[in-house]
Design a protein around this ligand. Structure first.
Ligand code: SAH
Length: 231
């Protein structure tokens, strides 16, 4: 990776309260190379410019870290090529599960993490709404670019322990207004909607919810029902 882009990553992470040492920076570099290399044979990301990659994948993924930090366990729903899961794992989240419904992406994450010695990540293949074996086990759930906020909340809430946090990567904090019904139905509470701007000027928002009580048994519904009648 270009020295300028590496410095951008290090400095912006520092602004976010994350101090990345040499080993961590080397892992970011190596993960960038792994994604770029695999992208030649199958589509993992449409972002190919190195600076855009650093901003939109690495730095963006780290914007939620202050709400997650050393919380014990995290599941990232619809992780794709590993975002935000992998940057959060490199930054220091203890136990990270990356869930995706596409086997190729899951295989990519597992083999890259194994090769790069990122030992705190496990990728699993499955649809969130069908992954009951993992429900009620996590301190934090994340999700970026998977579904609307209310739909993602329906997928996310079941994975949380009571008092666990749902950290949603969105574009605008005002999106929370459209998810009030979902929040109430799912026994969640809005903790914070945090608007920010990425170094390239793109607007982002981290919207944080706390699970107040167990998720009603009727959620999550089957995907067809969620799509037909979103909360
Ligand atoms: N979070 C990544 C990828 C976003 S693309 C990023 O921001 O870069 C959305 C991903 O979610 C795809 O990889 C898709 O396979 C996965 N996905 C969509 N619906 C899902 C579901 N119900 N359960 C698990 N994964 C899902």
């Amino acid at each position: 990776m270009d020295a300028k882009n590496l410095a951008l990553l290090k400095d912006t992470a520092a602004d976010l309260g994350i101090s990345l040492d040499k080993t961590q920076l080397a892992k970011f570099e190596a993960y960038y190379s792994a994604v770029t290399e695999s992208n030649k044979s199958f589509n993992l990301t449409s972002i190919v410019d190195e600076r855009e990659f650093v901003i939109k994948h690495f730095i963006d993924s780290l914007t939620g870290y202050e709400y997650i930090k050393e919380q014990g366990s995290l599941i990232d729903i619809g992780s794709g090529a590993g975002f935000p899961a992998i940057p959060l794992a490199i930054a220091g989240v203890k136990r990270v599960v990356a869930l995706d419904s596409t086997m190729k992406k899951v295989n990519f994450i597992n083999s890259a993490c194994c090769a790069l010695n990122i030992a705190n990540v496990k990728a699993i293949c499955g649809r969130a709404e069908e992954s009951r074996a993992y429900f009620e086990q996590f301190d934090v759930v994340t999700g970026r670019a998977v579904a609307s906020l209310s739909t993602l909340m329906e997928l996310a809430a079941p994975f949380l322990k009571v008092h666990g946090l749902f950290v949603a990567y969105r574009t605008d904090g005002s999106e929370a207004a459209a998810a009030v019904h979902a929040m109430q139905e799912l026994n969640m509470r809005l903790v914070k909607a945090h608007d920010l701007t990425l170094p390239n000027g793109d607007p982002r928002a981290i919207i944080v919810y706390e699970k107040l009580a167990p998720t009603p048994k009727k959620y999550p519904r089957a995907w067809g029902a969620i799509k037909r009648n979103p909360l």
